[in-house]
Ligand binder design. Sequence first.
Ligand code: F0G
Length: 458
Amino acid sequence: MPYRTIIEPFRIHSVQAIAFPTESEREEALRRAGYNLFGLHSAEVIIDLLTDSGTGSMSAEQWAAMMIGDESYAGSRSWFRFYDVVSSLTGLPEVIPVHQGRAAEWILFSSVAGPEAVVPNNTHFDTTRANIEFQGAEARDLVIAEGRDPSADHPFKGNMDIGALERTIAEVGPERIPLVMVTVTNNSGGGQPVSLANLRDIRAVCDRHGLPFFMDAARFAENAWFIKLREPGHADRSPRDIATEMFSLVDGVTFSAKKDAIANIGGFLAMRDPELAARCRNLLILTEGFPTYGGLAGRDLEAIATGLEEVLDERYLRYRIRSTEYLAEKCRDAGVPIVWPPGGHAVYIDAKALLPHIPQLQYPAQALAVELYRDGGVRGVEIGSVMFGVPHEDGTETPAAMELVRLAVPRRTYTQSHIDYVGEVVLSVAGRSDSLRGLRIVDQAPWLRHFTATFEPL
Ligand code: F0G
């Protein structure tokens, strides 16, 4: 299509006002929240890039589908539509609806992982890691070396290190590995894609050792688009065709519908193995609900089904990936260190490189996230030692591999001028980065501490 600027492929049909807290209101909000941006009220935030999860705008078609949601407890029409859309997209016959992705993780790992288990992944998302560790098992990250280096240019920085996977299997033995997982795109590693070739290689390793292969498919459509753009031989395929092949390589998926189903809530667990599915359904009934609704209303099932159809639209995906890249280019062109190439759903600022004067255990990425809010009311999230540092009994702490601030772009929600504003805020803070100071943790929870920890500026 011969158009030039890649425009938002929608017009706005319903709007929500943005709040404009003053500088002193933002300072007060930071103090109240203990310098943890999860503690802010949304009305204290100007541009909210905390997450792309559940924050997207639904289409008129999704809202219309919600209006005809069938709220029958068992066997609702909305469930059968959801089932048809999910099983025809994924090719997986066993579909278990849940209220969000981590519920699928909890059910899956409660069913397969005990204290001896080791679960390999490219990089576990925080809830995935926590759900594995909650079972007493080990979550092992095996992303390729380039995936740990923010500035290493590689088209598929989410790929798993196949040699490391083989070594892990040899070291712990296949009987201790309940399944191998891969996260597409690799959120905690910068929203980086995984190639089809890598998925095929993981499949081959799993086949050799008789191991099930599961995919965390939260951002499968964005991953499929990257394959189309970057992997030789796939440029002429439709995103749906590529996605179908990705799903064909796995035995099951966990899925948060809050990302690439462009819904505000929901998820599913899907698989081939009917015996495992039966065990998972027993837990589902205990914690989520009857198997034809999981933790969801019939209208949610409708919104997800429609979203899954919309997300593979080429015009949507071209705009989606380009709008993230647009913000990334603004940062890079001004010399702000970011994970390059940019991820699908977010720009990740490399706080270790931007703030070399702040030691990792004074949380440079948290300090940067706080400053972006203080400066311009932009809320991002720390993905560094607050989220992934390991505190030890003796009070010491092992820092995370990377110190990143993620600016996640909600789907179909902000326009180009919002993103231009975010770029201005990032550049203004980066321009005076040597004035930033670190933080100290005052209070923290035993797991997933980043959600509730409180801090004090140093
Ligand atoms: N897997 C990945 C890759 C995720 O990014 C998330 C959530 C989950 C699983 C869990 O799904 O939130 O529906 O329970 N990520 C959000 C984020 C929270 O901000 O990246 P959930």
